[in-house]
Design a protein around this ligand. Structure first.
Ligand code: UD1
Length: 344
């Protein structure tokens, strides 16, 4: 049995894909999730893919007493990959305290017990949202962190600062991974994104429209200063993203990291506009997607894509899957959901 890794938020979208990749690379995985934005069925689905159901603790990281019991039972952890957090931008504007409390208290509790129980390695789930609209594209990790537009974004910035201060004063070593736009689903069709209610993000909205759950996609603005007028993002396949976490935790475990806190962009390095994303979906599915151009969404940046040089060179990791593969897998997952693959 390989080294034991705790994945918090391990039944969530990126977390579940990462659990699978860790297991397939020989790690023993334990999952903590409070199921606030996922379902326990995902643990079974992970088991179907990897052949081994990870040990699952339904637990809220804000619950200090319960977390202490967990750490006592799991004193042999080699590292933690911390995904568990609220992530809806709009909701965070409406309920900022909910976001600050959940995302920050979770992290503080986790760091405290990691110190107490001598678990020195953490991979943290951050976001390209920390760059706002960068002055220079593609954006590197050296770009200034801009004032966050939303409480959600601010929790990511503050979390990175908390981790930085902690590594400077303790044995903790950490890697913060700044994701661009993760989309797609596992090739097995057994796990994927599970938006609750009306999706905020582009690709779940596209697939739900195509399956007939939504009437049409609203394209938020075609008057941006971009070639086709729609906003540009760096979409990355969630499995490529998950693989980067295996590389990052392995780097910490092997002790080959150069700094006690390293920060990496995770993207493809390629910008795709909303219209190009729609065209890719239509190309791979052969369907026509009903859409309407509407006004810009508040808080959206016009253009952002990653400079991935650092991750390519230092981690030896590179995103491999194409936009067409991302769309095809997202579509297969939506069809599987419609066919009732998950019981809630
Ligand atoms: C959003 C968050 C970001 C977060 C990320 C997590 C905002 C402002 N940003 O990124 O902080 O880290 O999700 O996944 O919410 N679009 C449409 N129609 C739709 C939905 C989206 O045209 O129905 C457009 C958006 O305007 C944007 C692009 O599609 O240009 C991507 O949007 P989305 O998937 O929501 O991601 P981000 O906004 O980049």
């Amino acid at each position: 049995m390989g080294e034991k890794i705790l994945v918090t938020g391990g039944t969530g979208y990126i977390g579940s894909h990462t659990v699978v990749e860790l297991q397939q690379n020989g790690f023993e995985v334990v999952v903590i999730d409070n199921l606030s934005n996922s379902t326990a069925t995902i643990v079974d689905q992970i088991g179907r893919i990897s052949g081994k159901k990870p040990r699952f603790y339904e637990l809220d990281l804000c619950n200090e007493a319960a977390l202490r019991v967990f750490f006592r039972e799991n004193h042999d952890l080699a590292g933690v990959i911390h995904f568990a957090a609220y992530k809806a931008v709009g909701e965070s504007v409406e309920f900022p305290l909910k976001y600050y409390h959940n995302n920050l208290v979770s992290l503080l509790n986790l760091l405290r017990f990691m110190e107490e129980f001598e678990v020195p390695n953490m991979v943290f789930s951050s976001s390209c949202t920390v760059y706002g609209q960068p002055e220079v594209l593609p954006v590197t990790e050296q770009a200034p962190v801009k004032k966050a537009f939303s409480p959600y974004g601010n929790t990511k910035q503050i979390s990175e600062e908390i981790i930085e201060d902690t590594v400077n004063s303790s044995a903790l070593k950490a890697i913060s991974l700044r994701y661009f736009n993760p989309i797609g689903a596992h090739e097995s069709g057994l796990i994927g994104e599970l938006p609750i209610g009306i999706p905020n993000n582009l690709v779940p909205f596209i697939t739900q429209t195509a399956i007939g759950k939504r009437q049409k996609l609203m394209v938020f603005g075609n008057d941006y200063d971009t070639p086709d007028g729609t906003a540009i993002r760096d979409y990355i396949h969630v499995v490529d993203l998950a693989k980067a976490h295996v590389v990052a935790i392995s780097r910490l475990l092997k002790g080959i990291h150069k700094e006690s806190l390293e920060v990496y962009n995770l993207g493809t390095g390629k910008g795709t506009s909303v219209m190009e994303a729609i065209m890719a979906f239509e190309r791979v599915t052969g369907m026509k997607l009903p859409y309407e151009i509407t006004s810009r969404r508040t808080g959206d940046v016009p253009r952002v894509w990653a400079d991935t040089t650092l991750a390519n060179l230092k981690l030896g990791w590179r995103a491999e899957k194409s936009l067409d593969e991302m769309m095809a897998s997202a579509w297969m997952w939506e069809k599987n959901l419609a066919a009732g693959i998950l019981e809630f």
